[in-house]
Design a protein around this ligand. Structure first.
Ligand SMILES: *Cc1c(COP(=O)(O)O)cnc(C)c1O
Length: 237
């Protein structure tokens, strides 16, 4: 069986996986005294065919995350529904911004003023205000992307001049190989940083660390593998 067939045969699992993660998130939220309705589960469909997205929608999913703007644009156009929200969660190159602006309800990966200027320009041309999250590199190890904690004040101030961007909150990716308790510390730092700047949305937590993220105050969880199964990468991710 080739990879594509393997994915199609897993379609019936997707609904079930989605609802299992959703109820797990609810349980974790309730246990730590949070309202489950304050947490959005984003189904990360990157590399997966449109049939998988449709299966997740049948299972109740309404928020999807993509890494590549090209793929986000293709799936957005194919699904073409006002009830579905698309999230640009991966690093965004300036020359791809026009694909994401207007299609992505939220861009999670703003991490430079050059990128902000391009998003602002494209949003202005479309007559919209683009909602964004600022990606922060909390651990300051490994990851190439995200601003440093100490840069947030200056970054927010500099963003003030862009009238077609609205900063909704912060996003982070924890470090591969961290233990649960280390992930939790990363997420708690992001929460503290957001609170101290009056920012509400917190996009944090993936398949292996969403529990700690919910406990630390995440408002958006980005789960791919646990919903859609393993990804088969070609040349890109
Ligand atoms: C791929 C990806 C995810 C989902 O990762 P899983 O481990 O498959 O849940 C979440 N966030 C970002 C930024 C990603 O690139």
């Amino acid at each position: 069986m080739n990879d594509y067939n393997a994915e199609i045969s897993a379609l019936s699992d997707i609904k079930e996986n989605y609802n299992k993660i959703l109820s797990d998130i609810k349980d974790i939220a309730v246990k730590c005294g949070r309202n489950p309705e304050d947490i959005t589960l984003i189904a990360v469909s990157k590399t997966k065919p449109i049939e998988c997205v449709k299966a997740a929608i049948e299972g109740g999913a309404a928020d999807f995350g993509e890494n590549r703007p090209q793929e986000l644009a293709e799936k957005f156009d194919a699904i073409n529904s006002d009830n579905i929200r698309w999230h640009q969660i991966g690093h965004l190159q300036r020359n791809k911004v026009k694909l994401a602006v207007g299609r992505a309800s939220l861009i999670h990966s703003l991490d430079s003023l050059e990128l902000a200027a391009e998003i602002d320009k494209r949003a202005a041309a479309k007559g919209i205000v683009q909602d964004v999250l600022i990606q922060v590199n909390i651990s300051e190890e490994e990851s190439k992307f995200g601003i440093r904690v100490g840069e947030l004040d200056g970054f927010l101030e500099a963003l003030g001049k862009f009238k077609n961007i609205c900063v909704k909150g912060l996003m982070t990716i924890s470090v591969r190989g961290y233990l649960p308790e280390q992930n939790k510390q990363v997420f708690l730092k992001l929460k503290e940083l957001a609170d101290s700047h009056g920012l509400h949305e917190l996009s944090m937590g993936m398949t292996h660390d969403y529990k700690e993220a919910v406990e630390a105050g995440a408002t958006m969880i980005r789960v791919g593998t646990a919903i859609f199964g393993a990804r088969y990468y070609g040349a890109q991710n």
